[in-house]
Write a new protein. Sequence first.
Length: 364
Amino acid sequence: MSTTPTAKRDRLELIALYVVSIVAAFVIAAILVNTSGGSWSKAVEAMINGAFKNPGRWGETLRRAAPLLIVAAGSAIAAKAGIINIGQEGQVLIGATGAAFIMTKIHPGSPLMLILGVLLGMLAGAAWAGISALLYYWRRVPVVLSTLLLVYLSSQITGYTMTRKFLLLEIVEGSPTRIQNSAKTAVDSRLGIMHIFGNNVPLTVPIAIIFAVGVAYMLAHSVWGFRLKMLGLNPRTAQRAGVSHVRFGTMALLTSGAAAGLAGSLMLATGESNYRASSGFAASVGWDGLLVALVARNNPYASIPVALAFASLHTGSNFLAAAGVESVLVDVIRGLLVLALFIPPAVSELRKKRRVLALMTERA
């Protein structure tokens, strides 16, 4: 398959933008670290050690990358239909909360409860996204607004479940205070872990890769994926071709929410927060997964290395304090590196839109 000169130029421009933005991020980070009394070379070494070199660290990096990849692949489904879902953080949390009911309350300790818990987590995430679909198609409330507001509501609801014994509150005998989290999932309700070269790699890693590849294939080669693409490109033309905006738009948003719920339930089953659900359980996985999708330009295949890069930033930056980097600068450095990955595709997409607009103006 031949590549047009314009496509080649776009690809080269994107690579150049990545190089410039990453170099700029490293230069700014180095200046900040050195002026604060730290050593940039030691900071880089600490990040590499924290993400990959130290014993067990690349297994931890893969563990962090798996839910990011699942969330990103789900985001790609909604984006393909022209829907911007930014509520994944809440959907991850609601998914984990739903799974916790099965794994800790209803006959805990059975392997079957793991499957049922994951399914309930997916249903919970889909239902939470479905609220936004209902608000949009019934009252035209923008999906961006409703999904964002539901993130805040999800933490409140989850927090409430941790205050009631008949819900998820864990009662510890002899303890004068109530612990604001759920009970631990039983051992038989947990997902297995692979031991590879001294690293603990949870089964969520192959599950996430299979899920992302499956989503990419469905979007590219199925009738359903073609209809979503048609809907995203031109809703009016899609409607005339028999593609219901309400039906397929709702389906895309529900599937995106289900993917986030899947990520949350699998995180619970693989030891996030010590196998306990809590109001802070999502740990920014939803937000980071959304960023992964944006950087990968909603391409599930490209989301695989991008998710790994984001996970590396997370696990590696946890070691920056040991290199003498102030805690405030740790978040600044992480933000700079995230921006370095986010800006190039955004600029490239903006240039494409301007080029198309200029072409349309010339023809008019």
